[in-house]
Every structure is written in structure tokens, then in C-alpha cells.
Design a protein around this ligand. Structure first.
Ligand code: NAD
Ligand code: UFG
Length: 334
């Protein structure tokens, strides 16, 4: 299939392009390079032997998108492009709503114009807010988000469902990711956060390589087995493979469907630290500090819908994730 990838040079998209190319799909990638680098295209080619078609373009630019896409036959769009820094979204809500929601609406208009009514969207477990129950099924009601970033995901989901409602010819797959970590086993592509990492694993790998002195663990008084926050960490390569499976659903005219992409396992912050230390033989100094505003105690998936309908389940362990995250960091010390 000819697959349009927005946010193509980003963390999750780059791993997904590798899996798609290895499954024989042709990629047309777009990115405005606001949070990634063009050299990712060469790195993908290094892994797969195929250079993806790539355009440096913004999804908010209707005319620019049309000029690239008008004469292309696109079978499906996988829409990763978006701003994703939770803290920044609190200080720049208009930029986040404009880029993420405005950009998605522009993209949908372009897709409609060029006759591609198939889209897979990168959503997030953040739409569950403080989840009504764990493990979280797709039927769990959406919740109150604690930041504008989360609301953009929640609102884009609604835009997509309304678009399908108005024209059922649209096939729309919403993938709610849990916590993606890890990297391609080659160590060639991985996550490259700008500045001080917000997320746990990039922070741990920067402590491991000596760039940061110690990890701050945000609270040990949650109602969880060891008091630290529990999350469903999923290897980015498993997540990427979930998109390949979602294409089959699109091909089978699935209509509008929502899937959790998680492992079903909840691990605490201390579990992650200990696993990282034992797999990589590196000590991670840490200090318990107060809770981070907006954090929840526990968030993990009930992933059986994706297994039943898409035939997908995560296969990588937390050990694999810790090994591959460190492998990438240690090979890319810049
Ligand atoms: P990323 O920042 O590495 O990738 C996003 C890409 O989108 C970047 O390359 C950025 O330059 C590009 N982009 C942003 N705005 C754009 C625009 N207007 N036009 C064109 N390109 C634009 O992030 P990621 O971790 O790979 O996330 C991919 C998607 O998955 C995002 O939508 C994100 O919100 C979602 N998601 C991520 C996580 C996570 O923890 N990483 C969890 C749940 C959902
Ligand atoms: N944590 C620390 N210290 C840190 C960073 C994180 O103790 O330096 C803890 C957090 O308190 C939390 C856990 O590690 O308990 C995971 O935190 P992350 O920031 O890695 O991930 P979150 O679950 O907070 O959020 C992530 C993404 C969101 C996304 C959500 C669900 O950042 O964008 O997963 O997919 F919405």
C-alpha cells in the first residue's frame, strides 16, 4: 500500500516506517522537523535499505499539502504529527490546539479532497484522564485531561468519530498508546528528547550516561504496591507493529475503531529503575521527591481487543525495553 506518514521523522513514526517498509509498503513521509531531524530518513534507509519518500512540510499548510499530495494515490494516512510536551502545552495552549487540532482538520480536508478516506491516528492513554478502572479497556469512559496536550488528543478523537459519522465511507482507527519506550535493536533510531527529558526512560538513560546526576522519583505515596507511579511501558517496535496490523483493519473497511496499544503489565518507577540496573549493569542514583502535578497513580491497558481483532500483541519485555533504550543512548551520546 502507499502510506502517507505525518510526523515521519519522529520517534514512533520512524520505527513504524521501518516495519512498514519491511512489510513491503511504500512510504510518503511528511514532517515540519519541529521536533526531529532530517537525518532520520538516512537512518531508516540504513536499516531497511530503502529511502522513504520525504517532504519537509507542515500539516497546517493546506496548499503545501495539496501541492505534494494532489497527484499521489494514497491508500491510508498514519497521522503521528503533533506537539507532545505536556508541560509546554500548559504554557502554550493556543499553539498546541492550533498545531494538533487545526493541523489534523487541515489534513483531513486534504485527505478528503484527494479521495483518501482511511486514517490511523496516534492517540494516547491520556484521554482516560484518571481512569475509572484498571486495567483500562476501550470502553472505559474518557476522562478529564490534566493539560492541553491531553485535550488535543481527546478532541481529535471526537473530530475523527464525527467525520466518520457524517460519512461512513471513512475508515478510522484510533490507537491509544500507553507508554512507549525502547528503541530499534540496531541502536540506529530511538528517542531524542530536546533539553531536560520529561519522561522517565529518557531521564534514566541520561543519568546512566552521566549527563544527569540522579533521577527524581515523583512521589512514593501513591496507592500502588511500592508507592511509586505504575505505567504500562510498551516497546516502540511492538507499537510500530501495531500500526502494520491496523492497516489490515483499514483494508477490511473497519469503519471507526479504537484500540489500546499496551502490554497489559503495570510497572512502578522503582521496577523500571531496578530492571534497568540489572539488565545494563549500571547504577541509577535516585531521590524521592514530591508528586508531579497532574500525575495519576496507576495506568495500564487491557489490550485483548487489539489481540482479538488485529491479531496484535506486544512481545517485548521490560528487560528488552531497558536494554534497547540504553543501547540507543550509549551509541548516540550527543
Ligand atoms: P515526536 O515528537 O518524536 O514525533 C512527532 C513529529 O511530528 C515530530 O517529528 C515533529 O517534528 C512533527 N510535527 C509536529 N507538528 C507538526 C506539524 N504541524 N506538521 C508536520 N510535522 C509536525 O513524538 P512521538 O513520541 O513519536 O509521538 C508521535 C505521536 O504519538 C504524537 O502525536 C504523540 O502525541 C503521540 N503519542 C506519543 C506518546 C509518547 O509517549 N511518545 C504517547 C501517546 C501518544
Ligand atoms: N517519573 C519520575 N521521574 C521522572 C519522570 C517520570 O518519577 O523524571 C514517573 C512519573 O511520575 C510517572 C512515571 O514515571 O509515574 C511515568 O512518567 P512519564 O512522564 O514517563 O509518562 P506519563 O505516564 O506521565 O505520560 C506519558 C506521556 C504522555 C502520554 C502518557 C500516556 O508523556 O504524553 O504517557 O500515553 F499521554
Amino acid at each position: 500500500m502507499n502510506i502517507l506518514i505525518t510526523g515521519a521523522t519522529g520517534f514512533i513514526a520512524s520505527h513504524t516506517i521501518v516495519e512498514l517498509q519491511q512489510n513491503g509498503h511504500h512510504i510518503i513521509g511528511l514532517d515540519n522537523l519541529s521536533n526531529s531531524s532530517i537525518d532520520t530518513i538516512d537512518k531508516i534507509a540504513q536499516i531497511t535499505g530503502v529511502t522513504p519518500e520525504f517532504y519537509s512540510i507542515d500539516i497546517c499548510d493546506y496548499n503545501g499539502l495539496m501541492s505534494v499530495l494532489a497527484d499521489k494515490k494514497i491508500d491510508c494516512c498514519i497521522h503521528f504529527a503533533g506537539l507532545k510536551a505536556v508541560g509546554e502545552s500548559v504554557s502554550k495552549p493556543l499553539e498546541y490546539y492550533d498545531n494538533n487540532i487545526g493541523g489534523t482538520i487541515t489534513l483531513l480536508k486534504v485527505l478528503r479532497e484527494i479521495g483518501c478516506l482511511n486514517i490511523i491516528f496516534s492517540s494516547s492513554a491520556t484521554v482516560y484522564g484518571t481512569p475509572a478502572f484498571v486495567p483500562i479497556t476501550e470502553d472505559c469512559p474518557k476522562g478529564i485531561c490534566t493539560n492541553p496536550y491531553g485535550w488535543t488528543k481527546s478532541m481529535i478523537e471526537q473530530v475523527l468519530l464525527d467525520t466518520h459519522h457524517a460519512n461512513p465511507d471513512w475508515n478510522i482507527v484510533i490507537l491509544r498508546y500507553f507508554n512507549p519506550i525502547g528503541a530499534h535493536e540496531s541502536g540506529i533510531i530511538g528517542e531524542r528528547p530536546n533539553g531536560i527529558p520529561n519522561n522517565l526512560m529518557p531521564y534514566i538513560t541520561q543519568v546512566a550516561c552521566g549527563k544527569r546526576e540522579k533521577l527524581f522519583v515523583y512521589g512514593n505515596d501513591y496507592d500502588t504496591p511500592d508507592g511509586t507511579g505504575v505505567r504500562d511501558y510498551i516497546h516502540v517496535v511492538d507499537l510500530a507493529r501495531g500500526h502494520v496490523k491496523a492497516l489490515d483493519a483499514i483494508r477490511n473497511n473497519c469503519g471507526a475503531e479504537i484500540f489500546n496499544l499496551g502490554t497489559g503489565n503495570g510497572y512502578s518507577v522503582l521496577d523500571v529503575i531496578r530492571t534497568f540496573e540489572s539488565v545494563n549493569g549500571i547504577n541509577i542514583p535516585y531521590e524521592i521527591v514530591s508528586r508531579r502535578p497532574g500525575d495519576i497513580a496507576s495506568c495500564y491497558a487491557e489490550p485483548s481487543k487489539a489481540e482479538k481483532i488485529l491479531g496484535w500483541r506486544a512481545t517485548h519485555t521490560l528487560q528488552d525495553m531497558c536494554r534497547d533504550s540504553w543501547n540507543y543512548q550509549s551509541k548516540n551520546q550527543d
